[in-house]
Design a protein around this ligand. Structure first.
Ligand SMILES: CC(C)(COP(=O)(O)OP(=O)(O)OC[C@H]1O[C@@H](n2cnc3c(N)ncnc32)[C@H](O)[C@@H]1OP(=O)(O)O)[C@@H](O)C(=O)NCCC(=O)NCCS
Length: 183
């Protein structure tokens, strides 16, 4: 198992598959979405390579990558992850989020983020989750704060700065149990 399906009011979060590459490229392969990650959006070929690499990676049980699908339309709107952090000495897993620009400001990223955190805290019993956010990425910082992350210790170098945000386990708001979970 990589990650289980999660459901929120408007979204289904399901494990990322190689076949999602073109849909993800359509939703996320735009300058607004990649601004703080790379100079130019990846080509469709590069997106396919990245998705294949993410799908082939091996993670501890229950961690990995999700695509976010709108439940009413089936549209692929974004993706998120919960994976071991390459930078955290305390071995807290790292969460991340990417939403297609046309859905920004609708609360979908918050809904998906809540589901991922709730899953991390309830199903995996993680004591805390971290996120690394570019200091100029106001939307992502706001989302992180809304999800209960705090902190902001600087990481990286001038060319690739990041803030280390930490969300401690708590009663995470919102829905987001794995499908079939009694909660
Ligand atoms: C970071 C990112 C996911 C945030 O997306 P977002 O749309 O701003 O976040 P949300 O879905 O939570 O939407 C938040 C806004 O929707 C509003 N909202 C919340 N629930 C809502 C609802 N049910 N209906 C309508 N609006 C709603 C909130 O009030 C909020 O508005 P505000 O910021 O003015 O207060 C998005 O900017 C993104 O994908 N960026 C590029 C990728 C990236 O940099 N990822 C981070 C890597 S660390």
């Amino acid at each position: 198992m990589t990650v289980p399906e999660l459901r929120t009011t408007r979204l289904q979060l399901r494990p990322l598959r190689p076949a999602d590459a073109d849909g993800l490229h359509e939703a996320l392969g735009h300058r607004e979405v990649t601004r703080y990650l790379s100079d130019v959006p990846p080509s469709p070929e590069r997106t396919r390579m990245i998705v294949e690499r993410l799908c082939a990676a091996s993670y501890p049980t229950g961690m990995g990558h999700w695509v976010w699908q709108e439940r009413t339309t089936g549209a692929l709107v974004g993706r998120g992850y919960l994976v071991p952090s390459p930078v955290d000495p305390r071995e807290r897993p790292e969460a991340g989020w990417f939403l297609g620009h046309r859905w920004w400001g609708t609360g979908l990223a918050c809904e998906a983020g809540q589901a991922i955190l709730r899953y991390a805290f309830v199903a995996l019993a993680c004591p805390a989750v971290i996120a690394r956010v570019h200091p100029d990425n106001a939307a992502s910082l706001r989302l992180a704060e809304r999800l209960g992350f705090h902190g902001g210790e600087p990481l990286g170098d001038a060319a690739n700065p990041r803030l280390l945000m930490v969300a401690p386990r708590r009663a995470a708001p919102g829905r987001g149990y794995p499908v079939g979970h009694p909660g």
